[in-house]
Design a protein around this ligand. Sequence first.
Ligand code: ADP
Ligand code: ZN
Ligand code: ZN
Length: 668
Amino acid sequence: MTIVRVALDVPLHRCFDYLAPDAGRAEIGCRVRVPFGRRSLIGVIVDTPAQSDYSPEQLKPIEAILNEPRLPADWFRLTEFCAAYYQAPLGEVMLSTLPAGLRRLDPPKAREPKAAKEAKELPTPTLAPELTVEQTNALAVVREAGSGFKPFLLFGVTGSGKTEVYLQLIADALKKGGQVLVLVPEINLTPQLEARVAARFPAAGLVSLHSELTEAARLRNWKAAFDGRARIVLGTRLAVFTPLPDLALIIIDEEHDPSFKQQDGMRYSARDVAVFRAHERQVPIVLGSATPSLESWANATAKEMRGRYTLLTLKERAIEQARLPSVQRIDLRKEKAEEGLSGILLEAIEKRLARGEQSLVFLNRRGYAPVLACTACGWISNCKRCAANLVLHLADKRLRCHHCGYENRVPRTCPTCGNQDIHPFGRGTQRLEEFLTERFPQARILRADRDVAKSRKQWEALVEKIHAGEADILVGTQMLAKGHDFPKLTLVGVVGADAALFAADCRAPERLFAQLMQVAGRAGRAELPGQVLIQTQYPDHPLYGAIVTHDYPAFAATQLAERKVAGFPPYSHQAMLRAEAPQMADAIAFLATARAWPEIETHPAVTLYDPVPMRMARLANLERGQLLVECASRPALQAFLTAWRPQLEGIKAPSRLRWHLEVDPLEF
Ligand code: ADP
Ligand code: ZN
Ligand code: ZN
């Protein structure tokens, strides 16, 4: 009998020893089925130690060995790194990165789809355009660096030809026999990229990996990547863990996008994990964006980071006629607005209608109105379970919480005083749509937000409609801002963006800037020049100034200067301990106990702030508190967290209290 040490998907920071028959092939990297309590679980063999802490009689035998697929050594290094860095149990990390089909006791059969069996003739690859000078220069820098680890930040406005640079680099890597990993924020919003890559490299067996695939398809694609049949893997954050034997290049498109951050379970940043992986595998990594994250921007430009990333810049749009759109601010203090839309914007829309061009009104708030209120008694529609308002959805006559999903029908009279005069306050996309329909009865108006495009299919149908010119005016949230070329779209109106200027979250301006640049980039991508109109009460705000001049570097410089003064990332490193319980007092008490750990004194570089309620203090009937940990040195922070985390597990707390530790938190 052999002792095997197995990582299991349980919330414990340890592995478990079992006995395996010698005759079997119980080797590191194999999956096994083992008894655990009264259940059977699938685990991964991480070691075959000569001895166990338990005597052989105490060890249970495994139930089965699953030899295929055998997980490779670099996958171990990657998951071990993540477990250590994010303070997560190794077994949870390992199993959560595998497709469900490999984690389950009764996996679906990974059958090849029928169509793939017939030898089909491959379509001819699309041809590359002649590169612009800027593209040529950027490529030369990457090529010169060779094949080892080197991070590049490809900074270029929307339409500057970043994707073409990716395609050229992919071609290089494929030619050398390598595999390429391409990460995108949300697959739904980037079908065009997938189609472009597939059309350029029809023989590369491109597979995609994202959470909308069926379990069987995901397993099939994972296996194609694992055994090298797929030479290009395009996926969302979870794809960063896919074993790729010949990995030669990693590309991260829209690297600033917050959806690269996982917000539950192991709270990891796929971008950061990808950089680690590129380093570990000694391959180049290209991070691309029109509005890089401040972390990446600092890595590429700040003196104190000593040029950790190499900056590649594309300043011009790739297609000669496609000028950057002209951006203007509309001063709402001076302009009268009708249902929130200024005369200037309405006129501009009218002009587009007359010319047969498309307009987009961008409002990043879905629903009809953010709140329903009674003017007589002051009642407002708030969620009983959250510290948040219920949003009015008139399309289906519901009040809905956007945080916990609670919903209710719309009351006819005030629930508190019976007053019949209850009003929606503020506006969302539905209300704008309603107003525009009245105002422009001749126009075809299409709303695009998560309420109308719930699935990928619905979203694709919507995009197709817009492409086919079946809409004159689009009303949409940030869904519309990402990754789409709408050749007839020449006007973008931005409304209701001011709120994000003064949000408590220090990353709110960065996100607003990225969103506005992205949505502005939708205007005038082909022959037709584009115009962007931003309605604001604060026309002199420097953020809008930087949008007008398309000047990300200036914006980033002011943001980084503020962060430096405040000692915020990237000038410090952070972790957040969060606790939630039915009573806030319990959550705070837990955090206070955590903070009172006496050995904190042995970590003088680390600062622990006071426990405070979270900005949204209550979510789904749980009250939430947090404790911020900050440190100038990443290794010192890691050392502290590694010592502190086991202490947290020993804290006595009410049974309904839950806590987690998040490293490099994005949201506050
Ligand atoms: P980005 O990824 O930066 O938004 P794209 O690579 O999608 O930019 O390029 C924008 C548009 O310009 C696309 O329609 C693309 O086909 C075109 N394009 C890119 N590079 C060139 C080039 N060198 N010559 C002509 N057209 C180009
Ligand atoms: Zn009332
Ligand atoms: Zn709620």
